[in-house]
Every structure is written in structure tokens, then in C-alpha cells.
Design a binder for this molecule. Structure first.
Ligand code: F6P
Length: 495
């Protein structure tokens, strides 16, 4: 793939780095968080990338004012970074009202429809003055970059950017546009919770791309049906082709993956070894692990209830097992997220109060953004609990088995996208069924060693074969299938 080097304009809300100021006043660069950014980093090694992202920190805004930056990735590859400083109020409406509590909640089926959402003036205002405005800002920046590099392929990412492709397409009809949606796609009836103009704009925007990618056939199928029901497009379900107006989009499914070699290195990294020393020393015989963001979709509270049921049923395991929950505090400016973090802490306290005794606290709750400690914990699990309500894919289920040293067993929600790949080697659970999850924990802890090892090795082999490079190659192959012949003098028409 390296020989097929392409010009790519990658567009995502969160960028690969975020800037700050160190104590001595010098500019510092911190690796951007989240699975999306981790996964896309290797694009930079193989292609000629200009990355457009939101300026999020104060120092990011200063960097945005300095224009295009020449950056170097950890592996030494050069890329260009263009940060966009949106109006702060517009960005707040876009991120804290629409993208997360509305689109993310919808796409993970997180609403209790008797009470939520409230489609009121505030939400409609946040849509038009926030989500639309920020997407317009992204589209204008993409068009500027396309003027510099008219042959580049634009690769949009995720639910923050559903409107930008339409704006770019209208101004640059010949541009090659792709978008990957890293989260689930909900069924059409659930999208109907949103007003018609908004749900149409979301689908119309996505269908302005040449390729729309999802992790799994399940999300792809939902999107194709929505294209029919909501955008009134002509849909070929079999081939994944959607004809909307004059334009045809290819809708595909390729699960993202991880860089297995990076995890081989991380397992021996001094920071990881140091971060894990206390876990190794103080852990009891059995360790159940979860590593997540504190996101309501991750289902942490039900995980604790399942563990409580397990402890109720298995007094012989008291003081012999712990559940380590390493949770990255996420999106805390959004009330639903702040409340959920509170619920997690209350539930852990309640279960611990019931069972703990001298020398044994059944739930170790660690709320921190600490990647080294997460990897250290990956090495130690006997059971990895991945029980999201819904999840686009879930990279923890791919990362942790790569470095695990204990023939650990994956307990996996049937609603995680990764279940379509790894479910055959996991103990599957319904994420709402806490009794079933308690039984699954028991089954996983009691599984004979030979079977545990065989399942873990099968997962590793699968992840190593279907790695990040394979995912990137699949995205680019989709683009080649649809890439239109272009006139070299095709001029971009600006709105
Ligand atoms: O695709 C979901 C995602 O955008 C991932 O990049 C990442 O796991 C997470 O959500 C990060 O969210 P945020 O950028 O809001 O912190």
C-alpha cells in the first residue's frame, strides 16, 4: 500500500494533536484522544495527508491563527495540520447540544422517549447556529484546501460532520468525497424523532459523498433503509448503491482495527510496566477488567449490577476476584455525561459497601485518562467485560487481547459492532440482561484453560490479519470503485 501514496484531506472534529503551554511557557503538543484519532494516525504514515480539525484548546486557537502547520507524527512521518477556530458559542451548541446529546444519543438509542429529547427552540437554534455553522466552517476550509490540491480525496469522519459533504459537493461537484461513520446507525423509526428537515439534512449530507463507510453490515443496512425511507433515495440494498438526485453513493462496511505491532511495543514500554506494577502486586486470583470512557452508551452501571449478582451467587469467590474499571472521564460539560459519571460512582460505592471487607474492595474504580495504565491493565485480565448498550465497533475488544498474559476471556455485548467479528470467540451477552451478564462472568471465570487460550489466540490471529492497514486499503479500494474520471482543468466553483 505504501507505494500507492495518495493526497488525502482528512477531516475530523478532534485532531491528531492538541496544543497547550508548558510551565516554562513553551508550546506543548499532546496526542489527541479517542479511537478515531488513534486509528487514523497510520493514514499519515502511508499517504500525503492534510488534516483539518477543530481548534479545541486555547492554544489550538492560537495555532489556528497561524494557518497550515507542518507536523511530524510519532513515527517520523510528515503531515500538514489545519485547525479551524470556530466561533466558541457556535462550537458549544454544535458539540454540547447537537453532536453528543442529540446525534450520539440517537445513534446509540440512549433516549427514554417518554421524556427525551425535547425538540424545542433551544435545540433548533443550536442546530442552525451551531451544527450548521460549524459544518459550514469545515466545508469552507476543505474548499480552500481543495483549491490548493484539487486532486486530493476528502475523507470526512463521524457524526460531527454530516452536513459538510453536501456543502463541499455543491461548490465542487467533481471532488472525490468519502465519509466514515464510526458509530452505529439507528433504524429509520428512531431517526423520525428528529424534525423532518433535520433528519433529511443528515441523510442528504452523507449521500453527497462518493463513499459512506460503516464498521458493520448491520449499521450499513440500517443506513441503506434510512436512505430509502428518509431521503427518498433509490437504493440497491444488495450492492449498497444509493442514487440520490443525480448522484450515486456507495455504502460499504469495513470494521476498523488497531496496529498490532504498536501494541507489541506498548506491552514492553517502560511507562506501561511502571503503570501496571501495583495492579500486578495487589490483584487477587481473578481480575475482571473494563476500560471505557464514562459514556452512557458503555453500560458501566449495569456491569456493576451484574458483578453484584455474581458475588451474591458466588460467596466462595469473595476476596478472590475484583472488577477493575478504568474509565476516562468524557464530555463532562454535557449534563447527561456528568450525571452518568455520578451514577457510576454511586453504584460502585453501593456494591463495595455491600461486600468489601478487610483487604478486599470488589470494585476498583479509576477515573482517569491514562493510556499507559489501560494497557498495563490489558495484560492482567482474566475476564474483559465489554457490554455496551450499542457501540459502533469497540476497539478495547481488539486491543486488550493482543497484550493479555492470562488467557483472558472476552465477555462481549451482542450490540457492539465488533461482535460481528469476534463474537464467535467471546461469551456473548445481551447488554440489558444483568442476570445473563452475571452468568457470563461465571462462565468466563470457570472456562477451562485450554479453551480460554484457544479463544484468545483466535482473536489475536483475527486482529493481526485484519489490521489497520487492511482497513485503510479497503477504504481506498471503495474509492477506486467509484472515482469519477476528472477533467484536469476542472475548476472549483466557490459559493
Ligand atoms: O467515534 C467515536 C469517537 O468520536 C471516537 O473518536 C472516540 O472514541 C470518542 O468518540 C471521542 O469523543 P470526543 O472527541 O467527544 O472526546
Amino acid at each position: 500500500m505504501a507505494e500507492d501514496r495518495r493526497k488525502l484531506i482528512v477531516v475530523s472534529n478532534r485532531g491528531p494533536v492538541s496544543f497547550g503551554r508548558g510551565e516554562a511557557g513553551a508550546r506543548t503538543a499532546r496526542r489527541g484522544g479517542g479511537g478515531l484519532v488513534t486509528a487514523l494516525r497510520s493514514l499519515v504514515s502511508h499517504h500525503d495527508v492534510t488534516w483539518i480539525a477543530s481548534a479545541i484548546s486555547d492554544e489550538d486557537r492560537v495555532v489556528a491563527g497561524e494557518g497550515l502547520q507542518e507536523e511530524t507524527a510519532r513515527d517520523g512521518s510528515a503531515y500538514r495540520l489545519r485547525l479551524v477556530a470556530h466561533d466558541p458559542q457556535a462550537y458549544d451548541w454544535y458539540y454540547n447540544v447537537i453532536a453528543n446529546p442529540t446525534l450520539w444519543f440517537l445513534q446509540h438509542y440512549l433516549w427514554n422517549l417518554t421524556a427525551q429529547p425535547n425538540v424545542d427552540h433551544a435545540l433548533l437554534h443550536a442546530w442552525s447556529e451551531g451544527y450548521v455553522a460549524v459544518n459550514r466552517g469545515f466545508a469552507e476550509t476543505v474548499l480552500e484546501e481543495l483549491e490548493r490540491e484539487p486532486e486530493a480525496t476528502v475523507f470526512f469522519h463521524d457524526y460531527h460532520l454530516y452536513l459538510a459533504p453536501r456543502l463541499v459537493r455543491d461548490a465542487a461537484p467533481q471532488a472525490t468525497l468519502a465519509q466514515f461513520v464510526h458509530i452505529p446507525w439507528a433504524e429509520a423509526d428512531y431517526w423520525r424523532v428528529l424534525p423532518e428537515a433535520i433528519r433529511y439534512a443528515v441523510h442528504d449530507g452523507l449521500l453527497a459523498n462518493d463513499v459512506v463507510g460503516f464498521h458493520t453490515p448491520r449499521w450499513r443496512r440500517n443506513f441503506l433503509r434510512c436512505a430509502l425511507d428518509i431521503a427518498d433515495a433509490a437504493v440497491d440494498l444488495e450492492r449498497g448503491l444509493v442514487m440520490h438526485g443525480e448522484h450515486t453513493a456507495l455504502v460499504s462496511a469495513h470494521p476498523i482495527s488497531v496496529d498490532a505491532e504498536e501494541f507489541d511495543d506498548l506491552a514492553e514500554n517502560p511507562a506501561v510496566l511502571a503503570a501496571g506494577a501495583d495492579i500486578h502486586e495487589f490483584r487477587p486470583e481473578k481480575l475482571i477488567l473494563r476500560v471505557d470512557r464514562t459514556d452512557p452508551s458503555k453500560n458501566v452501571v449495569r456491569g456493576f449490577r451484574a458483578f453484584e449478582l455474581y458475588l451474591d451467587a458466588h460467596p466462595e469467590m469473595h476476596a478472590r476476584v475484583i472488577m477493575v474499571s478504568r474509565l476516562d472521564p468524557s464530555r463532562q460539560d454535557i449534563p447527561e455525561y456528568a450525571e452518568y459519571l455520578g451514577a457510576i460512582q454511586r453504584e460502585a460505592r453501593r456494591v463495595n459497601d455491600r461486600f468489601q471487607r478487610e483487604g478486599w474492595t470488589p470494585i476498583w474504580l479509576e477515573i482517569a485518562d491514562d493510556f499507559a495504565r489501560s494497557v498495563a491493565s490489558y495484560k492482567e485480565f482474566d475476564v474483559l467485560l465489554v457490554n455496551p448498550i450499542f457501540d459502533g465497533l469497540n476497539l478495547v475488544a481488539k486491543e486488550a487481547p493482543l497484550v493479555n498474559t492470562r488467557d483472558g476471556v472476552l465477555v462481549l455485548s451482542e450490540n457492539a459492532g465488533v461482535h460481528e467479528e469476534l463474537g464467535q470467540w467471546a461469551v456473548s451477552v445481551n447488554p440489558f440482561d444483568v442476570a445473563g451478564q452475571a452468568l457470563a462472568i461465571h462462565e468466563a471465570l470457570e472456562m477451562p484453560q485450554a479453551e480460554r487460550r484457544a479463544r484468545l489466540e483466535a482473536i489475536r490471529a483475527h486482529v493481526r490479519e485484519h489490521d489497520l492497514e487492511a482497513w485503510i486499503a479497503a477504504q481506498l479500494a471503495d474509492l477506486d470503485r467509484v472515482r469519477r474520471p476528472r477533467h484536469p482543468l476542472a475548476r472549483l466553483r466557490r459559493s
